[in-house]
Design a protein around this ligand. Structure first.
Ligand SMILES: [Zn+2]
Length: 261
């Protein structure tokens, strides 16, 4: 009887060991598969390997893919591609855009903002059909230099992008104005303007836009709050970012904040 129990115990232990071994092996395979899929999903130009390396280094894995470390040597003048992660083109103070990149307004984004404005106007909201849209590197250079001359570089950097770092150069961002030509939600603006800004904050995602620079997220985005600046990412992503109340940087698991240099 004792021998029988010993045998039974040995079989049980062996079975458990086999089960654990298979489970771990399975998990390993699952992990490997997800690694392949996520790496393929990461469409960053020349970024796949870098992304994988960054993830291994920091163990940061976002739901949308691996973290992509910014290149401290990247300048608008020496890069040839904008960074694209999971189909979303990125421009912030860590991720410049090539100086020569000049796509004009993205047609999908432009159609979406026009629909947004039409719907807002149908509700008698104080939103103008005039908007500030695509800006070339040269346009941004002029704008930025004017601000620097007026406010000094340190101050200008908190609210205006240096040339080659603006989302407006992507053709995916728009600044919305009220009918008096005042930026929506800007300081000292009228009550109707503020109402329109509030509507924009609550409804932009339905049209595929995020209010890109929100109050409380300055450290992450690198910019003062801009209630008027909306960025197209498509309705699905916009709704997720809106409901989670996060930044695009957090959604993509990328660096934001201030310039590398
Ligand atoms: Zn803007």
């Amino acid at each position: 009887m004792k021998k029988f129990l010993t045998l039974l115990f040995t079989i049980a232990v062996a079975a458990l060991a086999t089960y654990i071994y298979i489970s771990v092996l399975k998990d390993d395979k699952a992990f490997d598969n997800s690694l392949v899929v996520k790496t393929e999903n990461n469409t960053t130009e020349q970024g796949g390997q870098k992304a994988e390396q960054a993830a291994q280094n920091e163990g940061q894995v976002s739901q949308t893919g691996f973290a992509v470390a910014s290149d401290p040597n990247a300048r608008p003048e020496n890069i040839t591609e904008a960074t694209i992660i999971n189909g979303i083109m990125l421009a912030n103070k860590k991720y410049p855009v090539p100086a020569t990149f000049a796509p004009g307004e993205d047609p999908t984004a432009l159609a979406a903002v026009n629909q947004l404005i039409t719907d807002a106007q149908a509700q008698a909201l104080d939103i103008s059909s005039n908007l500030s849209a695509f800006r070339s590197y040269e346009d941004q250079e002029t704008l930025y230099n004017n601000y620097v001359a007026q406010f000094g570089q340190e101050q200008a950097d908190t609210f205006a992008a240096r040339p080659g770092y603006s989302e407006h150069q992507l053709g995916l961002a728009f600044d919305l104005l009220d009918n008096a030509g005042v930026l929506l939600g800007s300081e000292g603006s009228s009550e109707t303007n503020q109402q329109a800004a509030k509507w924009l904050e609550e409804n932009a995602h339905k049209y595929g836009f995020i209010v890109r620079y929100k109050a409380g997220f300055e450290e992450k985005t690198g910019y003062q709050a801009e209630a008027w600046h909306i960025r197209y990412v498509g309705p699905e992503v916009a709704s997720e970012i809106y409901s989670k109340n996060i930044t695009l940087e957090e959604y993509l698991n990328v660096e934001g904040g201030t310039y590398n240099n």
